[in-house]
Design a protein around this ligand. Structure first.
Ligand code: GDP
Ligand code: MN
Length: 350
């Protein structure tokens, strides 16, 4: 589960990792200026997409709030906008903790040149070191030397130690600070944070309450910018449906196996999640009724279809147990019941 930046930073602050002061704002708010407005989306690359704006005046604030709210970044419309005190940044560094599965260890990565072009930086300068609770602080001096901030080693030592504690206690799988800013006053501050938490650990964190819910193992996002969303029953049929969408030249947004539980609640929730993908034009429902009854699914579809915005077309194929009854229910509500998946794919290609 990926947290939004402001959610991640609230956690960092609890672990005494220095973060800039900030608040989620709306267009009517009047935060103290200057301020940096930051689109809250669960993906990176916001700076390059226009999702980070330094604002000094009141009119500029209104304009930037409007511009940012209309962006789509990697297929995500900002769910909120976070306003932060602007930092005078002298240098941008990179720091992260990840799980290295080959080593079976938490690994610390650091680079002296952080910021929006981190992918283009020289890999030879990347610091990589497995860390444990015992060793994390003792590497402070070598890390500070590597980042070319030798006199900051005490602050850096505290920072990585707190970050490590946060990573393990919160069951994170990724904790990335990019940039770790060295301010003009010589203070280290986490200017950005990406945090991913382990969905499988949700059971021991009843307090987790984030914008993105712990993944439903049956609903997997494949591409947030995909154009076709799919729902099928059974993992095999769900995978075959995704494959058929790809073969027909479309880009699938998700994989979804609704299993045997096609209730109004589960279908509505699935439709709601699909409509969050801003490029989706078609939702394909592909059900083979065995134990699941097609008429039950059809009724759940009818009761849920308002969860889809008008821009999204619904294409349904139900076959097997009680398909004729399902057909009658769908026709009554003006939904075309397609004879096969091929028929749907041919129609959306046209
Ligand atoms: P990302 O593009 O999604 O990784 O978003 P970041 O939060 O990392 O912001 C991108 C870039 O905006 C940073 O690398 C900084 O150069 C710049 N930036 C972000 N916040 C501030 C700030 O408070 N002050 C200044 N001067 N630059 C900032
Ligand atoms: Mn960043």
């Amino acid at each position: 589960m990926k947290l939004l930046e402001h959610e991640a930073k609230a956690i960092l602050a609890r672990y005494r990792v220095p973060v800039p002061g900030g608040q989620v704002v709306s267009a009517d708010d009047a935060p103290k200026l200057p301020v940096v407005l930051k689109a809250q989306v669960p993906v990176g690359g916001r700076g390059k997409a226009g999702g980070i704006r330094l604002v000094t005046g009141r009119d500029e604030y209104t304009e930037a709030m409007r511009d940012i709210s209309q962006l789509s970044i990697g297929g995500h419309v900002p769910s909120s906008i976070y306003a932060e005190e602007s930092l005078g940044i002298a240098r941008e560094l990179y720091l992260s903790l990840v799980i290295n599965r080959d080593l079976g260890a938490v690994e610390l990565l650091a680079h002296p040149l952080g910021g929006v072009d981190i992918e283009e930086q020289d890999e030879a300068q990347l610091y990589r070191q497995p860390v444990t609770r015992e060793t994390v602080n003792s590497m402070a001096q070598s890390l500070a030397d590597h980042l070319d901030i030798p006199s900051q080693y005490l602050a850096l030592g505290d920072l990585v130690e707190n970050l490590y504690r946060c990573f393990t206690e919160q069951d994170a799988t990724l904790l990335e600070i990019n940039p770790l800013a060295l301010t003009d006053d010589g203070v280290l501050v986490a200017a950005d944070c990406k945090m991913e938490l382990d969905d499988a650990a949700a059971y021991r964190h009843p307090e987790w309450d984030f914008s993105q819910k712990a993944a439903d193992a049956n609903f997997v996002t494949l591409s947030p910018s995909g154009t076709v969303a799919t729902m099928a029953n059974g993992a095999g049929l769900a995978m075959a449906t995704v494959d058929a969408v790809v073969s027909a030249g479309h880009s699938p947004a998700n994989f979804l196996d609704i299993g045997g539980a096609a209730t109004v609640d589960s279908v509505s929730e699935s439709f709601r999640r699909m409509s969050e993908f801003t490029n989706v034009q078609t939702v394909i429902v592909n059900i083979f009724g065995g134990i699941v009854r097609c008429d039950t699914v059809a009724e759940a579809i009818i009761a849920s279809k308002d969860a889809l915005p008008p821009r999204i077309k619904l294409a349904v194929r139900l076959s097997g147990n009680r398909a004729n009854e399902a057909d009658a229910i769908l026709s009554e509500h003006g939904i075309t019941h397609h004879s096969s998946l091929e028929a749907i794919l041919t129609e959306i290609a046209a």
